[in-house]
Design a protein around this ligand. Structure first.
Ligand SMILES: O=C[C@H](O)[C@H](O)[C@H](O)COP(=O)(O)O
Length: 232
């Protein structure tokens, strides 16, 4: 089974968490897109849900497939968010933001009673940090913010390249108008300490560590789909 097929299997299994009448946070990325496609089939068959998309990209796909949408301002409390991840550890701490949507994803997940993460088995890790950590920053004072990130990381014994994300040769700009610095720190032993240190930097808007947000992960592998609960 190829990676796309595994993503579809995880997305299909996550549909089991969706009930008619729910207010849904809808994630971003290739796995979340498979979920949107399957959700659209359920909606066409009569399921009543209202979705809050976590990116303009997801919003466009939902509109194309006639999945009813709301905004977080109109619908500020959600029953469930379904989203992908770049890395998932045994506590269900996540790295997200490979697609640049981490800020809206985190706001939506925090407004949801539950968050189901969908992924193929390659996303499971023993410790977060193999995937570069996306850090969303304000364009103002970019260099100063980068220096502050490096200093904060060094205090925690972390170091590595900080790379301003580009796409097609241009600086990548998030839906919120911010930039992303991808931080290759390697293994992050204390994710909470790094999260707190990054939040203390004024130019950092948000980062891609999702701690204590995911309630369950639905992981598709070559031997089937399994449900993972956080080990705390
Ligand atoms: O910003 C993007 C999101 O955090 C995605 O959920 C994450 O990058 C995983 O994406 P994919 O399902 O394409 O691997």
């Amino acid at each position: 089974m190829d990676a796309k097929a595994l993503k579809i299997e995880a997305a299909r299994a996550a549909l089991g968490y969706v009930e008619s009448g729910m207010r849904l946070g809808i994630g971003t990325g290739s796995t979340a897109e498979e979920f949107v496609r399957l959700l659209a089939e359920k909606v066409a068959a009569g399921m009543k849900v209202i979705g809050v998309p976590t990116s303009e990209r997801t919003a466009a796909l939902c509109r194309e497939l006639s999945v009813p949408l709301s905004t977080l301002d109109e619908t500020p409390e959600l029953d469930l968010t379904i989203d992908g991840a770049d890395e998932i550890d045994p506590a269900l701490s996540l790295v997200k933001g490979g697609g640049g949507a981490l800020l809206r994803e985190k706001i939506v997940a925090a407004a949801s009673a539950r968050m189901v993460v969908i992924a193929d088995q390659t996303k499971l890790v023993d410790a977060l940090g193999r995937f570069p950590l996306p850090i969303e920053v304000n364009p103002f004072g970019l260099k100063a913010t980068e220096i502050a990130i490096a200093k904060a990381a060094a205090k925690l014994g972390l170091s590595g390249p900080l790379v301003l994300r580009k796409t097609g040769g241009e600086t990548f700009v998030t839906d919120g108008g911010h930039f992303i610095i991808d931080a290759s720190f390697g293994r992050i032993p204390d994710t909470r300490a790094l999260s707190d240190a990054l939040h203390a930097i004024p130019g950092v808007v948000e980062h891609g560590l999702f701690l204590g947000l995911a309630t369950v992960a639905v992981i598709a592998g070559t031997d089937g789909v399994k449900t993972v609960h956080p080990t705390r």
